[in-house]
Write a protein that binds this ligand. Structure first.
Ligand code: MG
Length: 162
């Protein structure tokens, strides 16, 4: 088993749609970014890559690459799960916490968890917290997300079975 941590932060950009955990939040201010700026997917992607020792999201999806402009980050996350599978890793679980003043995350929590779990093939927990007015996140200039991921070697699982 191996564990990884991921972090991401994006500034609000009201001209863009808000997408978190692969779920749209209609009418809410979106986030600036090269892709769809889904920082939950970005933090989880980095946690998975970190656990597997396969670099980081910028190595795999550079923001200088026009192919990733406006990219669906859930799709990129799925690509990384496939990469891990090829390298002999399966995801055990993912936990993440998003820190933001707005919008209310709880109303879409189950939908985000379900969508992420389907993409990853493992349980995903999405929690939300507020910065209580402290710093840039507290002033609602943007949001941040931390994620941890546990992965298991499929090679070891097979050898345990036989
Ligand atoms: Mg990002």
């Amino acid at each position: 088993m191996r564990i990884g941590i991921g972090f991401d932060t994006h500034r609000f950009d009201p001209s863009r749609p808000l997408v978190l955990g692969g779920v749209e939040f209609p009418g809410e201010a979106g986030l600036a970014g090269h892709s769809d700026a889904d920082l939950i997917c970005h933090a989880i992607t980095d946690a998975l890559l970190g656990a597997a020792g396969l670099g980081d999201i910028g190595d795999h999806f550079p923001d200088t690459d026009e192919r990733h402009a406006g990219a669906n980050s859930l799709k990129l996350l799925k690509e990384i799960v496939s990469l891990l599978a090829k390298e002999g890793w399966v995801v055990a679980n993912v936990d993440c916490v998003i820190v933001t003043e707005k919008p209310k995350i709880a109303v879409k929590r189950q939908e985000m968890q379900d969508r992420l779990a389907t993409a990853i093939g493992a349980p995903v927990s999405v929690k939300a917290s507020r910065a209580e007015g402290l710093g840039a996140i507290g002033r609602a200039e943007g949001m941040a997300c931390w994620a941890t991921a546990l992965i298991e070697s499929t090679v070891l699982i097979e050898s345990n079975v036989s």
